[in-house]
Design a protein around this ligand. Structure first.
Ligand SMILES: NC(=O)c1ccc[n+]([C@@H]2O[C@H](COP(=O)([O-])OP(=O)(O)OC[C@H]3O[C@@H](n4cnc5c(N)ncnc54)[C@H](O)[C@@H]3O)[C@@H](O)[C@H]2O)c1
Length: 305
């Protein structure tokens, strides 16, 4: 078994006061990395630093809302001031403002895009500048979502942001390859404050809080478990063992790890001299339209009662 040793490396994890980000920060610190914990909630950020320190790790808190260049610069500077360098960035901070399209306000849209998409862009840009200066490579670990991969009812803003994040991971993996900086999007699924509101999972989240084990159909079938279940992927992607892995979207949750495909053409048809609306109407249903793609996140498959 290869050992995962991040001793001497410094990481920034955005939104790491609670939920998945907290689990990522703990996992990085447990494998030797020094961590800048970031959140907008000062109390949870300080508590996170305390719990990491008590567990024998090294961490400091930087309380600032990601989404601006100033916030990104503060996070990278803090890592450099405290730990002398930056090797790993996890862009995890996020919020939800779910509404169907016709009820979604500009504020709902902007808040989610600013935190997730612009937060990821600004933090990754600041980190890339620093990592390129250091000249020793690095790991950008972005956070996608099944909603961004597949679309999800009521999540215009969130699906757009997460699809954009997966697209940025592909683009940056090309741009940063020569600098030895890997860029991947992880696609986690876990019981957190964010998913507690999903009615199908609510009773299981409650059971988990009471320390009861989750059934196999959830841990394996749905790939659903605790934030700690997702956290293993982060130190792995930050380590030497994952140097060759870049530009990927990797699902993690419960007992499951999965590789997502990237969009690609799956069928094609040709008309000499180009298509007209009429020839498309004639040929589409029996050629490229013969098997249209499904959308949405498949509903959970509950075992028969
Ligand atoms: N929970 C899941 O199953 C799931 C699934 C797919 C993707 N994700 C993604 O994982 C990430 C973490 O989700 P979670 O479920 O742990 O959520 P959470 O709500 O439990 O935690 C998110 C944290 O981010 C912080 N935050 C919010 N806005 C911020 C900002 N502008 N700057 C800094 N911190 C900010 C919050 O205060 C909170 O502590 C998000 O990007 C989310 O979209 C979660």
């Amino acid at each position: 078994m290869p050992s995962i040793d991040l001793t001497g490396k410094a990481a920034v994890v955005t939104g790491s006061g609670r939920g998945l980000g907290l689990a990522y920060a703990h996992a990085l610190a447990a494998h030797g990395a020094s961590v800048v914990v970031n959140d907008i909630d000062e109390a949870v950020a300080e508590q996170a630093v305390k719990s990491i320190t008590e567990a024998g790790g090294r961490a400091v808190a930087e309380v600032v809302p990601v989404g601006t260049t100033e916030a990104a610069d503060r996070l990278v500077s803090r890592a450099v001031e405290e730990f002398g360098r930056l090797d790993v960035l996890v862009t995890n901070a996020g919020i939800l403002r779910d509404r169907v399209l016709w009820k979604m306000t500009d504020d709902d849209f902007d808040a989610v895009i600013t935190t997730h998409l612009k937060g990821t862009f600004t933090c990754a840009r600041a980190a890339a500048v620093r990592m390129r200066e250091q000249g020793e490579g690095g790991s950008l670990i972005l956070v996608g979502s099944p909603a961004g991969q597949r679309g999800n009812f009521g999540q215009t803003n969130y699906a757009a942001a997460k699809a954009g994040i997966a697209a940025m991971a592909r683009t940056w993996s090309m741009e940063l390859g020569r600098a030895g900086i890997t860029v991947n999007a992880i696609v986690p699924v876990a019981a957190t404050a964010m998913t507690e509101t999903i009615p199908a999972f609510a009773p299981y989240a409650e059971a988990m809080r009471n320390g009861e084990p989750l059934p196999d159909f959830l841990r394996k079938g749905e790939g659903f478990g605790t934030p700690e279940d997702c956290a293993a992927l982060v130190p792995f992607l930050a380590s030497e063992a994952a140097r060759g892995i870049t530009g990927q979207a990797i699902g993690i949750g419960g007992d499951k790890v999965a590789l997502w495909s990237h969009p690609q053409e799956i069928s094609a048809a040709y008309a000499d001299g180009g298509w007209t609306p009429e020839t498309l109407a004639d040929a589409f249903p029996t050629s490229v339209g013969a098997e249209l793609q499904t959308v949405g996140i498949p509903a959970p498959k509950f075992p028969e009662a």
